[in-house]
Design a protein around this ligand. Structure first.
Ligand code: LLP
Length: 422
């Protein structure tokens, strides 16, 4: 459930009509709902309430605006970061190091040093070379780095190939079959303190079975590693819970189902439980609002040309992702729907959001909203075609605020610097 609903035929974000934001901010823009972010976070928190020691580390790669991070941090969220930049963002939002976990396959020595200086809950180690690098950097600093090792359980997450991470052919983690040897080496490295196991098998999982398989393997590994003498007291079980992208027949599992599955598979081990959800928290908490520039008749088709483009929301072009697109003014019941190709102005045919999408008749100047755009929307945008990054807006009840402003062309151009011979 989200807080983007029609009232008297107009689409609202909580208590604010989106058309009002459009007038003040101009289109296109992203808009997020505070109540939805909070609700989604709390669903996970309740789902893990059986585990007294649990931390939900929001995977901030999904949407990392300071205002979003602060909203979630106020709920008690920790953060899952994958770069020095994300770490800096988390710290700037006031999240303490002991609530930040550092994931990602390519942590540089500089990043490792920075987070050891600033404080870190744990590194989720992805490879043996990285493990040795962390130990070296920590030893040189005279500190000990808390680590889990990410195991790759070789399960099929049954999701889009570009976002599956738990198969042996993926670059993530160490093969679970090697875990005993790798943990044995980690235990000997002077700069490391092994505290647990990490696993993440993919994103947009709409079936719990792959989790069940992976978590059973993790439970078995916990017992094995404990028998080998390692202190396994924390399990980071990753993120990935999917969301409905259509309003029709999709019913992905709920956090409560997921929490019960975690309890069933690893609850008996008495470990601290961490999860790293991103999409479930932010995805349906955000919309992309866009205006129609032209409706153009082509050969046998109608193109709706929007002021938003693939540089603002890359998911349809990159993953063939489906986003519901709805008018800001609700169509009258019973109106005949027409098929439109909904496209942006960028000079590529790939700049297509939807083909033959059935919509009420629409004209230039009308406004539309892309649903489920809160996760992997703004964060994946670019300035391709020198299209400025679009504003982000946060709604809270009847208030709203711009949380990232639209840059001017001068601001964009002035980031370039000229060599002296020009
Ligand atoms: N933890 C790790 C280690 C991850 O790699 C990811 C996502 C997450 C947590 C959060 O997963 P989530 O709960 O959001 O599914 N850009 C793609 C999604 C990429 C996901 C990458 N990793 C998209 O637009 O669908």
């Amino acid at each position: 459930m989200d807080h983007f609903l029609y009232r008297d035929g107009a689409l609202y974000a909580e208590d604010v009509p989106l058309s009002e934001i459009a007038v003040q901010v101009g289109t296109p823009f992203y808009v997020y709902s505070t109540a939805t972010l909070q609700r989604h976070f709390r669903l996970f928190d309740e789902a893990l309430s059986w585990a007294p020691d649990h931390l939900i580390c929001y995977a901030m790669k999904a949407a990392s605006n300071q205002a979003i991070l602060k909203t979630l941090a106020a709920e008690g969220a920790g953060m899952d970061v994958v770069s020095g930049g994300e770490y800096a963002r988390a710290k700037a939002a006031g999240v303490p190091g002991e609530k930040i976990v550092f994931s990602g396959v390519g942590k540089t020595r500089e990043e490792i040093r920075t987070v050891l200086e600033g404080g870190i809950r744990q590194f989720n180690v992805e490879s043996e070379p990285e493990m040795r690098a962390i130990s070296e950097v920590a030893s040189a600093m005279g500190v000990v780095a808390p680590i889990t090792i990410r195991v790759n359980p070789d399960v099929d997450a049954k999701t889009h190939a570009k976002i599956a991470t738990g198969k042996s052919e993926n670059k993530f983690g160490i093969p679970i079959a090697w875990a005993r040897e790798v943990y044995a080496e980690a235990a000997k490295l002077p700069g490391l303190k092994v505290i647990g196991i990490d696993v993440h098998i993919g994103s947009q999982l709409t079936d719990l079975e792959p989790y069940e398989l992976a978590y059973r393997k993790v439970a078995e590994l916990t017992e094995t590693l404990r028998a080998d003498g390692h202190e396994i007291r924390r399990l980071d079980l990753g993120g990935g819970l999917g969301i409905p992208y259509t309003r029709s027949n999709e019913a992905p599992p709920l956090p409560s189902d997921y929490g019960a599955l975690i309890e069933r598979t690893v609850g008996h081990l008495g470990c601290e439980i961490e999860i790293e959800p991103g999409r479930f928290i932010a995805g349906n908490a955000g919309l992309l609002v866009s205006g129609i520039i032209y409706v153009k008749q082509g050969d046998g088709r109608s193109f709706m040309i929007l002021d938003a483009a693939m540089n603002d929301l890359i998911r349809p072009a990159m993953y063939d992702a489906h986003h519901e697109i709805v008018p800001l003014i609700e169509a009258d019941a019973g109106v005949d729907l027409l098929p439109y190709d909904i496209v942006g102005p960028v000079c590529e045919s790939g700049d297509t959001f939807a083909k033959g999408r059935l919509m009420p008749p629409m004209k230039a100047g009308d406004l539309l909203a892309f649903r489920s755009a809160g996760a992997y929307g703004a964060v994946m945008s670019s300035e391709y075609n020198t299209r400025p990054l679009i504003p982000e807006v946060l709604v809270n009840g009847d208030q709203f605020a711009v949380i990232r402003k639209r840059p001017t062309f001068d601001e964009i151009i002035n980031r370039d610097t000229l060599p002296e011979w020009l």
